[in-house]
Every structure is written in C-alpha cells, then in structure tokens.
Design a protein around this ligand. Structure first.
Ligand code: ADP
Length: 483
C-alpha cells in the first residue's frame, strides 16, 4: 500500500490527544481480505484503555460544549477538507483492509465527508422553541443541549462513512466521542483520527480505541459517564449492547441488519429495474445492510428480468479492489464466504435454479462469483437471513398484495426497493412497506441529507439529515414564572 501521505498509516490509538498502544503492548493484525496478507498491527486494547478514553472525553466535554456551534462547525469543516484532500489515501486504506473496489472506496470517502460538511452546518440549527403557555403567569421554553460523552461502535463494511455519520453530528452537537472501529478495519478509523487531530479538535474530543470488541464494548456500555451509544452492525450484537446499556439507561441509536426486498412489478421498465438491481445488490460485493437480499419478481416479467439480470451479473469483474476495472472484491473473511456458500447450497438443495455463478470464484481466497438464483421459495434460508454477499435470489409472485405481504414477512425493516410505472401503486406500495427507507424506481437511496435508519428489528434512530443531529441532543424544558 503506497500512501501519498504516509503519516495517515497509524498503528497507535488516539486517547486524550496522545497516540498510544495497549497497556500490555498487545496488538491485533490487520489483514488484506483480497490476499490474506498482514498489512499492519494495531493496539489490542481492552477495558482499562477504554476507561481512560471515556475519562478524556468527559474532561474535554465542558470546554467543547461551551464553544459556539459556529466554532465547532469550523473545525468540522477543516476535517471535511482534510478528508477530501486525502481521499485517495483514505480510499487506498479502505480497499486494503476492507476489500472493496478502489472506486467504491473513493465514493465512500466522499460520501463519508459529506456528513462532516452537512453536520458542520446543521450544528448551527439546533433550534429550540417557545410554547404558548396555558397560564398567563408562566412562559415556556424548550432548548436543545448536547447529551454528553458518546460512544460509537462501527462496522467494517463502511469503515470511514459509518464513523463520520456518527461522529460528525455528535461533535457538531457539542458532544465528545469515543469510537471503537471494527477489528477488521481499524486503519481507516485511525487515519480519520489523525486528520481530526490535524483539523484542530482539542485533545479528548475525539478518541479511537481499537482491540477486543467485548471488553471495549462492555466498558462503553457499562460506564455511567457515557450517555449515549451509537452502533452499526449485526442485530445480534445490537441486542446485546442494548441489554448492556439498560443498567445505565443510555440513549441508543442502532443501525442493524436488514433483509431488503427488491420488488419488480410487471409494469416496470426492465432495463431500469436491472440497473437498480445491480446497484442495490452488488455494492461492496453485497456486504451492505441495505443491499437487496430478496428479489420479488412478478410472474409476467419474471423470465425477462431474470435473464437480463443474470447476464449483467455474470459480466461483473471479480478481483482485488486495487485492480483496475474490478466491480466485485473479496468477501471480508472466510466466515463471510462460508455464509454465502451455505445459502447457495441450501437454496439449490431445495430446488433453486442457478442462472449465473453459484460457486466460489476460481481466484480462490475469499472470492465468490456473482450469483443469481431463480425459483427461490420462502422455505429457503435466503428468505429469512441476510446473506451479506453477491447472491441474488429471485422469488416469484402474482399480485401486489402478495408482494407486499412477502416483503414485510421479516423481523427486519431497514431498506426496501420497488420498480413500477404505475403512480398509484408507487404510493400504495410505498406506504405499505414496513421499512425505514424505500427506493421507488431506484436502487440507490443513501445520502447525507436524507434520514437513514430502520424500523422493527433493524434499529432505532436515524442518521444523516436534520434528524441525525437530534440523536445527540437532549430536549430541556424551562418553565419561567414571570410574576
Ligand atoms: P459483523 O457481523 O458485520 O462483523 P458485528 O455486529 O459483529 O457485525 O460488528 C459490528 C461492530 O460490533 C464491530 O465493531 C465489532 O467489533 C463490534 N462488536 C462485536 N461484538 C461485540 C461485543 N460483544 N461488544 C461490543 N462490540 C462488539
């Protein structure tokens, strides 16, 4: 990995403005998922280091929250500029440790920076309100105040953007933060911390601790100084963290798993639906929580859509993210690969038809072929579980009511997509889908100005948009007696 700015390759943690290792010197290996090679060693910290990071965030809080939103916004703008100026290096780090194609990594960097820019502005608009009083003797006022010390636990599939989407609103609101990045992708997080330091954030405002998930997470949840936890990751870990936060009654934002339906109605434009399907399925090799997991296709268009989608899927170039023209990188690790393989095997055993792919890629390692399966039924594992890989299972349906029922038949409720040219159906189906986000005739929905988040067991709270900063603010009501 050749970085234009080698100082972005950090192998220490940022705690209280100092770059430090684990107390016992222990380290964690960072591995390139495309080659299996070790790229770096980062500190393997636990509860003790986390405690110090929390104490540092707490110590930094009074001065940080006392700054004007404008001043905090200026520092965030500095950070935004530095992220954009170093976008090529950040993309190289993302690809090296996360495996996604370089072009996607660059896209993530720009997307990630957009949250910093957005919240630098939004911090100035955390308006309160005055409420007409029911009594002539009182005046009622509502103000918004930063929650306090916040913790962020982030996943490996967007190692940069999932941090900025949490940290930028927290800092803009006047909170201080301790981040625990995924153990697979700590280098991007540490590079972001280096740029934050350069941007001028005071010591302790933004801390990054890498290492043992359960030990660091346990401390972040149990420590009463932490007032809020924002987590993106699996539903299983989300449930655990929620339980661990119960004793200290922390506020929570959870962005968990999905099982996104992608519905194609008979009246859809096939080419547009296929384009949307490619975008919604194969981003980050199918490893995003909003990736289409179940394709529900109406009988009349089923064969045409299936044939064209499989044809296009088979053309996607598979390879290391750093190679030119690659559209599909490796899965993050052997376990990720094994899950895709198991879902494919289960579906085939129960009668699914392979339209393309269906097996590991000839490159070996963590690579799997883009795979489209037809004649998939609700009895198969892919109907219930998030595959998190380049597998597109096609289910068949006949009526709109059936499609909506199938789409909603899951405990998840993050993203859904549908394609139709009937404007009445757009409204009906858009309203009937039990999801936090719905793409109507599009497979790309995420940006910094829109609220990202799920319902049901896909999570709590929203990120991005004007709603995203509310997650880091408390409402305070002041009642004045004016006599
Ligand atoms: P994935 O299956 O996508 O890796 P996880 O939910 O396991 O999703 O990981 C998301 C984040 O949660 C990562 O930062 C990971 O280290 C962290 N994590 C995993 N287990 C725990 C835990 N017991 N406590 C706190 N954080 C955890």
């Amino acid at each position: 990995m050749n970085l234009q700015n080698p100082t972005l390759l950090r192998t220490a943690n940022l705690i209280d403005g100092l770059w430090v290792g684990a107390d016992d010197g222990a380290t964690l290996s960072v591995v390139d998922p495309a080659s299996g090679e070790r790229i770096a060693e980062v500190p393997c910290c636990g509860a003790a280091e986390t405690q110090r990071a929390i104490a540092a965030a707490d110590a930094a809080l009074p001065a940080w929250r006392a700054l004007t939103a404008r001043r905090r916004g200026q520092l965030l703008q500095n950070w935004n500029r530095l992220i954009l100026d170093n976008a090529d290096d950040l993309a190289a780090l993302i690809t090296a440790e996360g495996g996604k194609p370089l072009l996607e990594a660059k896209g993530e960097t720009i997307y990630g920076a957009s949250f910093v820019e957005w919240f630098a502005e939004e911090g100035k608009r955390t308006y309160g309100e005055s409420i007409p009083s029911p009594a002539s003797t009182t005046r009622l006022l509502v103000v918004k105040q930063p929650i306090g010390v916040c913790a962020a636990i982030t996943p490996w599939n967007f190692p940069l953007a999932m941090i900025t989407r949490k940290v930028a609103p927290a800092l803009a609101a006047g909170c201080t933060v301790v981040v625990k990045p995924a153990e697979a992708t700590p280098l991007t997080a540490l590079a972001l911390a280096a740029l934050a330091e350069q941007a001028g954030f005071p010591a302790g405002v933004f801390n990054v601790v890498t290492g043992q998930p359960a030990a660091i997470g346990g401390e972040l949840c149990a420590n009463p100084t932490v007032r809020k936890l924002s987590f993106t990751g699996s539903t299983a870990v989300g449930r655990l963290l929620m339980a661990q936060c119960a004793p200290t009654v922390k506020k929570l934002s959870l962005e968990l798993g999905g099982n996104a339906p992608f519905i194609v109605f008979d009246d859809a434009d096939v080419e547009a639906a296929v384009e949307g399907a490619l975008a919604a399925k194969y981003r980050n090799t199918g490893q995003t929580c909003v990736c289409a997991n179940r394709f529900l296709v109406q009988s009349g268009i089923y064969e045409a859509f299936a044939a064209r989608f499989a044809e296009r899927s088979a053309q996607l170039k598979v390879g290391a993210g750093s190679e030119a023209g690659v559209a599909q990188g490796p899965l993050i690790n052997a376990a990720g690969l094994a899950k895709v393989e198991a879902h494919v095997a289960d579906a085939i055993a129960k009668g699914a038809r392979v339209l393309c792919g269906g097996a590991r890629h000839e490159r070996g390692g963590n690579f799997f072929q883009p795979t489209v399966l037809a004649d998939v039924t609700p009895a198969m594992r892919v109907a219930r579980e998030e595959t998190f890989g380049p597998l597109a299972p096609l289910f068949r349906f006949d009526t709109e009511a059936e499609a909506v029922a199938l789409a909603n038949d899951t405990e998840f409720g993050l993203a859904a997509y549908f394609f139709t040219r009937d404007v009445g159906r757009c409204w009906r189906v858009g309203e009937a889908l039990e999801y936090g986000m719905v793409g109507v005739n599009t497979g790309m929905i995420s940006n910094e100005v829109a609220p990202f988040g799920g319902i049901k067991q896909s999570g709590i709270g929203r990120e991005g948009s004007k709603y995203g900063i509310e997650e880091y603010l408390e409402v305070k009501y002041l009642c004045f007696d004016v006599r």
